[in-house]
Each structure stands twice: as C-alpha cells, then as structure tokens.
Design a protein around this ligand. Structure first.
Ligand code: ARG
Length: 456
C-alpha cells in the first residue's frame, strides 16, 4: 500500500502505478531531497515538534540512504511513485515510528518545489561556468589571429571588412548575456518554498527562517498558494537556455558556412568532424549541425513546460509532475553542447588568405568612399548617391572600383581627389573604424583585454 493509502480500500492497479510514477526520472533529485529532509527534521526538532534524538537518527539514516542510492544499491519501484516517497518509506522501514515523523508539516507539493530549486541552483552554477569556458575558448581563438580580416555580412552578402576577432567577440557578448540571464534566474529562484505545505501552510509551529538559513536560501516564500503552484523559475531557466541555444545555433550556422567549399574560411579539426558512409572525400561539421538541431529540442522543452503550466487553476495540480523531464532534457542538452564547443572552437584553423581575399573586393569599401565625401562636407545622402552612381558606372564599364582613373571617378564623384583612389584596402578600411565598439584593431585589442581580464 502506498504511503497515502489510508483512505483507500484497494491498492493501485499496476498500469496506474506505471502511468503515475515519476521515479524513473525524478530519482536524479535524491541528493536534494535528502538535503531538504535533513534541514526540515532538524528544524522540527529545534521547534519541539519531534524529539531531537529522532531528528539525529533521521539525519544518519538519510545519509546512509544517499550513499546507497549513489552506489546503485537501492531498489526503485513505480509503486512508490516518486523520489520523496522512496526515501520516506525507506526511513520508515529502518526507523519505524521515528521515521514516520519526517513528513510532519510538509507536503510533497512544497517538497518537490524545494528539490527542484536546490537542483537548479547547482546546475545553473555548472552551466554558467561552462559558458565562461566557451567564452574563454572564443577569446583565445580570437587572440591567436587578432589581425585576420574577413568580410562581414548582412543579408549573407559581403558588406564591409571586419576583423575575425571582432566576429568571434560578438558571440562572447551574446554568451555573456546568456550567463547573466541564468544568474538572474538563480537569484530569483533561491527562495525557500518548504513550509507552504500542501497549499495553505501548517498549524504546527515551524520555523521556516531556520530552514531557509540551513539550506542557504536568500529568502522565505511569502504566499503558500503561489509557492506550490509556481514553476516560473523553471520557465525562466528554460527561456534562458532556449536563447542560449539560439545563439549556439547561429554560431553553428556561421561555422557550417565558413567551412563549406564556397566560403572556405576555416577548417575544423578532424576530431570534431565526421565522414560520410558513402562519399569518401567528405568531412562534415556535424557537431555544429547537431547543435543547430538540438536547439529545436530545447525550444520544445520550453514550449512543453509553458503549455503544461498554462490554464492550471491554483494551486498544485498533478500536471506539474510533467515539468521535470523538459527541464532535465534542456539541462542535459546544454551541458553536452558546452562540453563539445570549446575544444571545437580551439581546433578551428583559419584560411587567412581566402578570408582576406574575400574581404578585399573593393566594392566592400564603397561606404568608406561615401564617408570620405562626408569629411569633405558633402551631405551623406548625396555622398551615398554619388558612390552608388560610381558603382553603377564601374559595373557598366567592366571595371573594379579600384581600377578607375581619378578622371573616371570624378564623372560620378566630382569632389574625389587622388586620396580617393587609395581607399580600397581592406586593412585600411578596418583600421579606420576605431570608434568605440567598431572593428578597428585598437578597439578590438581593448575588447580582447577586457574579456581576458573578465574571464580570468
Ligand atoms: N511526483 C510529484 C511531482 O513531481 C510530487 C508531488 C506530488 N503531489 C501530489 N499531491 N500528488 O509533482
């Protein structure tokens, strides 16, 4: 008979046990369930609700149960539904009546909320560390080729020359915001839910502040009904993870394009690519592709969770048991991505010549010409028009922008002087963009130093 079997006259049908169980996946919370039960029983004893001696024995037995689960020496069964019931019934098995006191002034509704908060606190810490490692790998890779120039793209069309380092540092910025969102989420979730009971609190004189302190939470929840119904912290984390994978997916797309024959800008290390079972010549950027695909999976986790929570009346509803698998899946997925990305970034070889030659198309310097006209006092819109006409003239006359004479240039750009003919170097174009946040080498060097310092 289940621990809640008092008002039932028959046991649960086998299919029902299989259908309602969550132990197959929530067993991963065991450490946190034990941590919570130890703090809870210590508080019950300190508040005079259970004998001190009992709390002492409960703590010892909980540790033993934890060790057994760790070693794989513990039997899980669907009949006992979830991790909370497994641990409690084991306590009762070894301690009898004393074990039967642990679930005083507590419900699985506040308990499961507690376990997930404790679990996520740790996981967020790991993930934020992993993101830092990824950022470091990008900064190192950028620093190793700090002067490499490539074409920057808009609409996937060549736009203006940029430093390769500037491109990689753009991802460092994105991942920094991702880590920030997760840290922010961690701050909000670090709240003690235990003591909310099933939904309305308890008649017993518990001391929630003590449990809060024992478990390292920053504050105690204020409304018991909100507390047991709340899954915002999971939704927030999954949103942050979804945005993170969106960034990973964009980076993946860049890597996939860059390593294609058409771009030929980079080559990923052999260890980070796979071959084709049919075409012997193939070397495919599968890690990037799979990560791009896994992004869809993490979005699915977020949408599943939001949909589970939507429309639920207050307070706890069993639907909420379905919250854990998407959360676990998103976390596992992101942690795997964080393992493979840093070494893959490190394995990236640049084809600097190809990058530079693509960036050296003189058409990419058209904006530089227009801005030179602005320096001579021409309003930008007119300057833009004149350079546009120059590009058109070159096209019609079969000349590259850097192949005209000054007289030819002056047909469409009357203000042009000798200096204008020298505006077509990708190096100079990059160098001229020392504005804060621009791709100028000095600015990029400062950014690299900033991140090296920030991430050390
Ligand atoms: N396994 C349950 C869950 O994950 C624990 C809470 C069960 N509460 C209840 N009233 N049946 O949500």
């Amino acid at each position: 008979m289940a621990l809640w079997g008092g008002r039932f006259s028959t046991g649960t049908a086998k299919v029902v046990a299989d259908f309602t169980e969550s132990i197959s996946y929530d067993k991963r919370l065991y450490k946190y369930d034990i941590m919570g039960s130890k703090a809870h029983s210590a508080m019950l004893a300190a508040s005079g609700i259970i004998p001190k001696e009992t709390a002492g024995k409960i703590a010892v037995e909980l540790d033993k149960i934890g060790e057994r689960i760790e070693k794989g020496d513990f039997t899980f069964t669907p009949e006992l539904e979830d991790i909370h019931m497994h641990i409690e019934s084991e306590l009762i098995k070894v301690l009898g009546d004393e074990g039967a006191r642990v679930h005083t002034a507590r419900s699985r509704n506040d308990q499961v909320n507690l376990d997930v908060r404790l679990y996520l606190r740790d996981e967020i810490t790991h993930i934020v560390e992993g993101i830092k490692e990824l950022q470091k790998s990008l900064v190192d890779r950028a620093a190793a080729d700090a002067d490499a120039i490539m074409p920057g793209f808009t609409h996937l069309q060549h736009a203006q020359p940029v430093l390769f380092a500037h491109h990689l540092l753009a991802y460092v910025e994105m991942f920094d915001r991702d880590a920030g969102r997760m840290i922010d989420c961690r701050r909000r979730l670090n709240m003690l839910p235990l003591g909310a009971g099933a939904l309305a609190g308890t008649t017993l004189p518990i001391n929630r502040e003590m449990v809060c302190e024992l478990l390292g939470f920053d504050f105690v929840s204020r409304n018991s009904m909100d507390t047991v119904a709340d899954r915002d912290f999971m939704c927030e984390l999954l949103s942050a993870l979804a945005i993170f994978t969106m960034h990973i997916s964009r980076f993946s797309e860049d890597l996939i394009l860059w390593s294609s024959q058409e771009f030929g800008f980079i080559e990923l290390g052999d260890a980070f690519c796979t071959g084709s079972s049919l075409m012997p010549q193939k070397k495919n950027p599968d890690i990037a592709e799979i990560s791009r695909g896994k992004t869809g999976r993490v979005y699915g986790d977020l949408i599943a969770l939001l949909t589970i929570c939507k429309g639920l009346p207050l307070t706890y509803n069993r639907d909420l048991q379905e919250d854990k698998e998407p959360v676990f899946d998103a976390i596992d997925t992101v942690k795997m991505i964080l393992q493979v990305f840093p070494p893959m970034v490190g394995s990236m070889e640049l084809r600097r010549e190809r990058m530079l030659s693509a960036a050296s198309d003189p058409a990419l310097m058209a904006t530089d010409v227009a801005e030179k006209l602005v320096e001579l006092g021409v309003p930008f819109r007119h300057a833009h028009h004149r350079v546009g006409a120059f590009v058109k003239w070159c096209k019609e006359n079969g000349k590259a922008l850097d192949q005209t004479t000054l007289a030819e240039m002056q047909i469409t750009i009357p203000e042009a002087n000798e200096g204008f003919l020298k505006l077509f170097s990708a190096h100079d174009s990059v160098k001229a963009r020392e504005v804060t946040g621009g791709t100028g080498p000095e600015n990029v060097r400062r950014q690299l130093e900033y991140w090296q310092e920030e991430l050390s």
